[in-house]
Write a protein that binds this ligand. Structure first.
Ligand SMILES: Nc1ncnc2c1ncn2[C@@H]1O[C@H](COP(=O)(O)OP(=O)(O)OP(=O)(O)O)[C@@H](O)[C@H]1O
Ligand SMILES: [Mg+2]
Length: 362
């Protein structure tokens, strides 16, 4: 039984469809990340799970129970918002205890124990008597998480909880969230538009676009086997390169298509290759390659040496392609160069619809 089951969930505002018949199963103990561009419906989906937004159509089950129309407090969930939403006039202690004091039947000492335990886990015991305006952003975020923890809910919902923090603190808090998830074995649904957060935190990620889930899978599975050009371009940084099947390359006897291993390359389709899946060689090597080999001629525009690795921007026809290279590679601006793909990584997308036509990647 799934911890959360979204069955054909839709949300519309008058005739504007924001979430469109969305299906998603979240398993108990899973860290599910909903990721997608701004406006694709992530927060709306999360708020429907929380009960903060009416569900226009479909069914929502939490722990096997139909809660489609249940009030938020009947759902056994806790939500952590981007804005923290702390009560400014209350101490950290009261911010964490307040919900339990108001809605639970727990005794004062049981509540105290839960607050102390959560504070210790989040390393905010020293801050319990402070008010939120005397805290840093990271500390406020911990209080907001603590307030969720003390309720011991079945499911934690997070909406961009780290986006107000600076880069260093964000990385640190990512580690903290990972640790909490591992230690407590809790079920999390986490919304972000940041694909790095999705890749690093999710046990599975659901990539959303325009109110629908395009693909659900383990991060590396989605990275390697994107179901569409949209997913391919959204997941991965730097972005995947999209290259036209080069005219003449690999043209078979019928003049229309060619085989590379099991791959059939159709003219007009688009090849998707990540920066680490393209190899560079000197343009003069070109003569030694069989005419049918898949390759592109390009000119080096820029070499960015980042320390451990380098990224080379190469103009191919009218497109710019980014290739990861060795930092010590002798590459200079305006150098003519040859790009060849890792054949086992070939991914082919339909030029019009963006649907994936083929992949050889494991
Ligand atoms: N109350 C509302 N009335 C009408 N449209 C709304 C309402 N709330 C949200 N929307 C629209 O629903 C769409 C999805 O919004 P949502 O907040 O779920 O996006 P999101 O994926 O969370 O984006 P972001 O990454 O920017 O937070 C947007 O186009 C938004 O304008
Ligand atoms: Mg949002």
């Amino acid at each position: 039984m799934s911890a959360i089951s979204l069955q054909g969930i839709s949300k519309h505002y008058s005739d504007h469809v924001v979430v469109d018949q969305l299906d998603l199963e979240v398993q108990a103990g899973e860290f599910m990340v909903l990721v997608g561009p701004s406006g694709c419906g992530k927060s709306t989906t999360l708020r429907m799970i929380a009960g903060l937004e009416d569900i226009s159509a479909g069914r929502l089950l939490i722990g096997g129970r139909d809660v489609t129309h249940a009030a938020p407090h009947e759902r056994d969930i806790a939500m952590v918002f981007q804005s923290y939403a702390l009560y400014p006039h209350m101490t950290v202690y009261m911010n964490m205890a307040f919900g339990l004091l108001r809605t639970s039947k727990l005794s004062r000492s049981e509540i105290d124990q839960r607050v102390q335990e959560a504070a210790a886990r989040l390393q905010i015991t020293d801050l319990l008597q402070r008010k939120p305006n005397a805290l840093s952003g990271g500390q406020r975020q911990r209080v907001a998480i603590g307030r969720a923890l003390v309720r011991k809910p079945k499911v934690f919902l997070f909406d961009e909880p780290l986006s107000n923090l600076d880069a260093k603190l964000r990385t640190h808090m990512r580690g903290e969230l990972e640790r909490l998830h591992a230690e407590l074995g809790i079920t999390i649904v986490y919304v972000t538009h940041d694909q790095v957060e999705a890749m690093t935190l999710g046990t599975r990620i659901a990539v959303m676009d325009r109110g629908q889930v395009c693909q659900v899978g383990a991060p590396m599975e989605v990275y390697r086997q994107p179901a569409s050009r949209f997913v391919a371009s959204f997941i991965g940084s730097p972005q995947m390169n999209f290259l036209p099947v080069p005219a003449g390359a690999g043209v078979g006897e019928n003049g229309l298509q060619a085989q590379f291993g099991d791959a059939v390359l159709q003219p007009g389709a688009v090849l998707g290759l990540r920066p680490e899946e393209l190899h560079l060689s000197s343009a003069t090597d070109s003569a030694e390659m069989p005419l049918s080999a898949l390759r592109w001629h390009g000119v080096v525009q820029r070499v960015e040496r980042l320390g451990a690795e380098a990224y080379v921007q190469i103009r191919v026809g009218s497109a710019d392609v980014l290739v990861r290279a060795d930092v010590d590679a002798a590459l200079v601006t305006q150098q003519a160069i040859l790009l060849t793909p890792e054949l086992s990584c070939l991914r082919l997308f339909d030029a019009q619809s963006g649907a994936r036509l083929l992949s050889l990647a494991a």
